[in-house]
Every structure is written in structure tokens, then in C-alpha cells.
Design a binder for this molecule. Structure first.
Ligand SMILES: *Cc1c(COP(=O)(O)O)cnc(C)c1O
Length: 392
């Protein structure tokens, strides 16, 4: 590996050359079953023909014009997102962290535009992850993210996870919003119970503050609905989306109600690339494919099958897998041994998983994963469990 890249990632010694659906093929032609999907990004797997086609056709027409002009694909994707969610307004970004930045700015601007500029602080949760910009690491507040980066931007208060009473006491006249992932991703696949999401919605309504959901990992079909909050029957005021939305093409979005977006007027925010013709051509196709009849039911079916098999594996190997948790095709295996051992053993069996906090290995397969591929994945994971057990 070259030294020319900042060594901010502990990379696996694998260099993939191409992908086909749920499979990745490395330099030596070895095939890996990809249950990581580039960290919950490749919703339709690799090289999906319809996405390749739409990107190729757009590439021959127009790549970039900037947001000084109207962009047809962007309008199409924004209309589709609004027609299929709580939102009335969308701002496009290139990444999840930028979508979160837009969410924070939208909330603060709402408060200043409605005569409450003293409300500018955000309540976030222990174990959360919202990105790697200064504001988003300040939002998370975890030592491993902020260490060495100097004074953090002010305005984030960190509540304990799963303690509603403590949270209520932390809402002050300076609070603008509560920020939460419906299932903590990087924090270790920790689901927020539906009752808690409902309680947060009520709390926000009672206090006149905004509910911001980070659905960067949980959104775009990952849990078997377009957005995870639909399971709880609530709606946020503002939501950040990324990862799956571009199917692998860098794209993110901040969605808001008309009311919450009231301050986001001309000049309030911007992005040179955000929502450019290439990204939004793919994004619109991704969403169209997801909205085809039966797609989400298929995700839920696959998720149920995978979950059941993994529960079985955990029962068989309690010394390796302590708990299976999550929702839809966002599944965490809380490990009994260091999760790096299971992930390494899975890789030896040519199965790719993704590490997360709290000693969790994540299974985040493409949403198009078939039952046969799930069987194959579980077969490889069983071999990995055997290997971890044997090494003890
Ligand atoms: C990945 C992720 C982010 C950050 O997205 P980037 O595209 O890496 O900036 C933020 N929040 C959650 C929940 C994520 O999973």
C-alpha cells in the first residue's frame, strides 16, 4: 500500500477490481460476498445495470453546471423524496456529514427566523455518530472522534442513551432541536425503541423544538421501509439522508418540512457540487427502483430470513456471538470475543462485514440480496464462528 494516502483508515489488505451484485472480485479473481455494501451504501449491489445505464447516459450529456442553474434530475429526485416522505423541501449534499450540517443550520435558522435566536443548542445522544466535520464530531462528543482537534464548536449537549427522564431535564430555553439516529449505526447497531421515538416527538411538540433524524444509515430502504421512522409512525421536522441514496455515487440530502425550512432562503446555504446532474441522475433512479411495487416487502423478507439464521447461529455459538440486534438489513452481531476476530475470520471465509462500536460486527448487505446469497453468507459466517471458537 502506498504511503501517499493519509493513514486515517486501518485498511484491509484487499483491493477490489470489480463488483457484480452482492459480489466483489479482487485482484487475484477471488470472489467475496459483500455483506458490508461499502458501509450500507450500495443498496442495489455493485454495477446494477439500470444504475450503470442512467449514469452512462447522463455522463454523455452533462456532468456539472452548479446550483446557479436549474437541474432537471435534482428537481425530479426532490419531488420524489417529498412525495414519499414528510418533507416539503430538500437540500442536496455530497455526503452524510454535509447533510447533517445542513440539518443543524436549518434548525438554528428556523429559531432565529421565528424570533427565538436564543434557542440554538442541540441535544444529541451518547454513542451517536453524525459524521467527521467539526460540527458533527462536536455533536457526537466522543473522545475518540474529538481527541487532538482543539476546542469544539459549541452548541451540543450530550444526553445518555435510553434515559428519557434525563433527556427531559436537559431541554432548556436554549434548546433548538433533538438529534437522533433511529438505530445507532457506528455506535454499534443500537435501536431506539418505537415508544422512545414517539416520546421524543411528543417532547419536541410540547417544548416547541425540532426533531432532527439522522437517517443516513437507516434510511433509503435499509430497514424495510423507505425511512426507519415510518415504523414508529412519527415524522421528524428535519432529516439527513445519504449512504444508500446514491447507490454508491456520492450524494446526500437534508429534508425538511416547509415550516422547519422557513429560514433557508436565497443565500442562506450552498454547495458547489450538491445535487449535481450525475449524482441526482443516479439518485432518482435508485429511488424509482425502491418505489417499485414489492421492493420493501422483499427487503423485509430477506431481513427476516437473515435475522432468523443469525439468531440460530448466535444460539449455536454463544461464545462467539453474544447478541443479534438491529432492524431490517441493518444487523449487528454483538461479539463475545473481540469483533475484529470475527470480522477477520469472516474475511478468511470470503465474507465481508463491517466493524462498529460496542464490539459489534455489522451485516449490511445490499438490499437486493437473495435468499440463496443469505444462505451462502450464513454458511461462511458459520465457518468464521468455528474458526474464532477454535482459536480460543
Ligand atoms: C455514515 C454516517 C454519517 C456520515 O456520513 P458521511 O457520508 O461519511 O459524511 C453520519 N451519520 C450516520 C448515522 C452515518 O451512518
Amino acid at each position: 500500500m502506498t504511503d501517499s494516502i493519509m493513514p486515517t483508515y486501518a485498511r484491509a489488505p484487499l483491493r477490489f477490481q470489480r463488483g457484480e451484485g452482492v459480489w466483489l472480485i479482487d485482484e487475484s479473481g477471488e470472489r467475496y460476498l459483500d455483506f458490508g455494501a461499502g458501509v450500507a451504501v450500495s443498496a442495489f449491489g455493485h454495477a446494477h445495470p439500470a444504475l450503470v445505464d442512467v449514469l452512462k447516459r447522463q455522463a454523455e450529456k452533462l456532468w456539472h453546471v452548479s446550483n446557479l442553474y436549474q437541474i432537471e434530475n435534482q428537481e425530479k429526485l426532490a419531488d420524489l423524496l417529498c412525495a414519499n416522505s414528510f418533507a416539503d423541501r430538500v437540500f442536496f449534499t455530497n455526503s452524510g456529514a454535509e447533510a447533517m450540517e445542513c440539518a443543524f443550520k436549518t434548525a438554528r435558522k428556523y429559531m432565529s427566523a421565528t424570533g427565538q435566536p436564543e434557542r440554538w443548542r442541540m441535544l444529541t445522544f451518547e454513542g451517536c455518530f453524525h459524521g467527521r466535520t467539526l460540527a458533527t464530531i462536536a455533536a457526537a462528543g466522543q473522545e475518540k472522534l474529538i481527541d487532538g482537534f482543539g476546542p469544539m464548536p459549541d452548541g451540543f449537549d450530550h444526553a445518555p442513551f435510553g434515559d428519557h427522564e434525563a433527556l427531559e431535564r436537559m431541554v432548556t430555553p436554549e434548546t433548538a432541536a433533538i438529534v437522533i439516529e433511529p438505530i445507532q449505526g457506528e455506535g454499534g447497531i443500537r435501536p431506539v425503541p418505537e415508544q422512545c421515538l414517539k416520546g421524543l416527538r411528543d417532547l419536541c411538540d410540547r417544548e416547541g423544538i425540532l426533531l432532527i433524524l439522522d437517517e443516513i444509515q437507516t434510511g433509503m430502504g435499509r430497514t424495510g421501509k423507505l425511512f426507519a421512522h415510518e415504523w414508529a409512525g412519527i415524522e421528524p421536522d428535519i432529516m439527513a439522508v445519504a449512504k444508500g441514496i446514491g447507490g454508491g455515487f456520492p450524494l446526500g440530502a437534508c429534508l425538511a418540512t416547509e415550516k422547519a425550512a422557513v429560514g433557508m432562503t436565497a443565500g442562506a446555504h450552498g454547495s458547489t457540487y450538491g445535487g449535481n446532474p450525475l449524482a441526482t441522475s443516479v439518485g432518482a433512479k435508485v429511488l424509482e427502483l425502491m418505489l417499485e411495487p414489492g421492493f420493501f416487502a422483499g427487503v423485509s423478507r430477506a431481513a427476516g430470513a437473515l435475522r432468523q439464521r443469525l439468531e440460530g447461529l448466535a444460539a449455536e455459538y454463544p461464545d462467539v456471538i453474544a447478541e443479534v440486534r438491529g432492524g431490517g438489513l441493518m444487523i449487528g452481531l454483538k461479539c463475545a470475543a473481540p469483533c475484529a476476530e470475527l470480522i477477520q475470520a469472516a474475511r478468511d471465509a470470503k465474507l465481508l462485514l463491517v466493524p462498529a462500536g460496542d464490539n459489534v460486527a455489522r451485516a449490511l448487505p445490499p438490499l437486493i440480496v437473495t435468499e440463496a446469497e443469505i444462505e451462502e453468507g450464513v454458511r461462511r459466517l458459520t465457518a468464521a464462528c468455528e474458526q474464532v471458537r477454535a482459536a480460543k
